[in-house]
Design a protein around this ligand. Sequence first.
Ligand SMILES: Cc1cc2nc3c(=O)[nH]c(=O)nc-3n(C[C@H](O)[C@H](O)[C@H](O)COP(=O)(O)OP(=O)(O)OC[C@H]3O[C@@H](n4cnc5c(N)ncnc54)[C@H](O)[C@@H]3O)c2cc1C
Length: 275
Amino acid sequence: MNLNTVTALRHPTSPAEIAEWRNGFAWLAGGTWLFSEPQPETDTLIDLGHLGWPALEASPAGLDISATCRIAELYRFEAPREWVAAPLMRACCNALLASFKIWNAATVGGNLCMSLPAGPMISLTAALEGICTLWPRNAPPREVPVVDFVTGNHRNVLQPGELLRSIHLSATALARRSAFRHCSLTKLGRSAALLIGTSGAAGDLLLTITASTDRPVQLRFPHLPSATELGDAIETQIPPERWFDDVHGSAAYKRHVTRYFSEQIRAELAERGSV
Ligand SMILES: Cc1cc2nc3c(=O)[nH]c(=O)nc-3n(C[C@H](O)[C@H](O)[C@H](O)COP(=O)(O)OP(=O)(O)OC[C@H]3O[C@@H](n4cnc5c(N)ncnc54)[C@H](O)[C@@H]3O)c2cc1C
């Protein structure tokens, strides 16, 4: 849609060109959300597209995903064979309710910065223990785990003008076994629950719960828990107000499918761990 409050569009080649930050400025990534509804508070868009950040950089240490990496670019990434968790990337790209146009424009960073419960790039990078690099306006870069980056529905730790630069996924996290479960009330609808479990050589379990809660919830177990231990952890560690009630599913429904999928993930990882 036309944003008729916007009167200026800037294309910096370095964030330093934006010397002063003021109310009314907004970083523009893929623009799929910015152009989807009126932005009465915004008069100037600052396009990240000319910063020239490489989309994906793989190394023995892991994968650096630029904030400006498109969902479609991540989908096409060919991971080294030892990164057995890599199929999660395509599974999470497919969990974005999106047309062809959105897939090719929306960015990984934009998805994190939107901080919606159903943000599948949040699910992916939280489950793989990603670390965000943030560029504050007048301070050195800082690092924040993805799981702490999102603080609630459409809320995160970014300060005014602060940029999400990239997300690092370690090779260790990418080498963990994984199991994925996702559902939505309607075909191609926004996620009602998206759960990912990962397990390492020690037989531990890291369960990441997203979409059904207002922000990512992670449950860690030093060993694969029993079904009862897992169910108890969900009940005791997720307070009732964290279940996210919206048109994409009631809180009761989301709590139910979370418990159901958690047990499926536990059983799947237990079975695969025993072969
Ligand atoms: C039909 C439709 C379906 C959608 N479905 C989903 C869905 O299922 N799940 C979901 O999570 N979202 C969904 N969205 C919302 C949105 O399209 C996605 O979240 C998308 O990934 C946003 O990325 P973008 O690059 O287009 O961000 P933009 O629209 O460009 O920006 C989004 C916000 O993030 C800020 N921002 C972007 N990049 C940075 C950065 N690097 N540093 C700091 N701030 C930044 C912008 O200033 C803006 O406030 C949908 C949107 C539409 C129109």
